[in-house]
Ligand binder design. Sequence first.
Ligand SMILES: CC(C)(COP(=O)(O)OP(=O)(O)OC[C@H]1O[C@@H](n2cnc3c(N)ncnc32)[C@H](O)[C@@H]1OP(=O)(O)O)[C@@H](O)C(=O)NCCC(=O)NCCS
Length: 203
Amino acid sequence: MVTLSPMEPDAWEAWRASSIRGYAADKVRVAAWPFEGAEERATAMFGRIVPDGLHTRGHEFRSIVSQAGEIVGALWFAAEDEVGRGAAYIWDITIDPDHRGRGYGRDAMEALEPLARSLGYDTIRLHVFADNAVARHLYLSVGYHETEVTMTKRIGVPGLAPAPDATAAPLPLTARSDAVDQGLASAHAVGPRRRSRSTPLHP
Ligand SMILES: CC(C)(COP(=O)(O)OP(=O)(O)OC[C@H]1O[C@@H](n2cnc3c(N)ncnc32)[C@H](O)[C@@H]1OP(=O)(O)O)[C@@H](O)C(=O)NCCC(=O)NCCS
């Protein structure tokens, strides 16, 4: 069992920095952004999404707290359209590396349901990269289903070396990409559909 406690300002600051780093790493890994300037770009984007930081209306920043009272991860979700109505969108869920594989991710996803319901939401949505086999397995196993599939094929440009296509082949469940392990990959990598069409979340 875990509880989802409102993040304290200090925890929020630390999580924010690491979430931005992880987001930039994800975008570079899937070859959506060049390495140069990725963190600055992610920082700017974060600022646009949560202009009032921890207190941005409709955004919930929660620490995932174990039964022993230890913070083991973080969860960020927000109204997809209307605050307190319709769908909540998970922008980021992360279990700290030392605590992974012990059921905290599953517990957090389960604890989110009554919390989101209590805030008025009847649906939860999220985005996950195809190569994040652990997260995909987790979501499927707690009742989520895939609603859209984005496909990519690197076609290259004559004279330029092709960028690696990190998303082409899903990893086996037991293999985990270093980037996913190290970063706060990426429930928030695309954002709610409505936003992704109207904001620079899709470069
Ligand atoms: C994805 C993540 C949140 C899962 O949290 P977790 O606490 O490690 O996962 P759990 O221990 O609850 O395990 C969930 C399921 O994944 C499986 N799993 C966990 N780690 C695994 C691994 N290294 N290899 C294979 N399966 C694994 C578990 O067996 C479990 O499935 P089961 O109940 O059917 O056995 C966590 O790994 C994480 O923070 N990853 C980096 C950030 C990230 O990718 N976030 C998601 C973005 S969409």
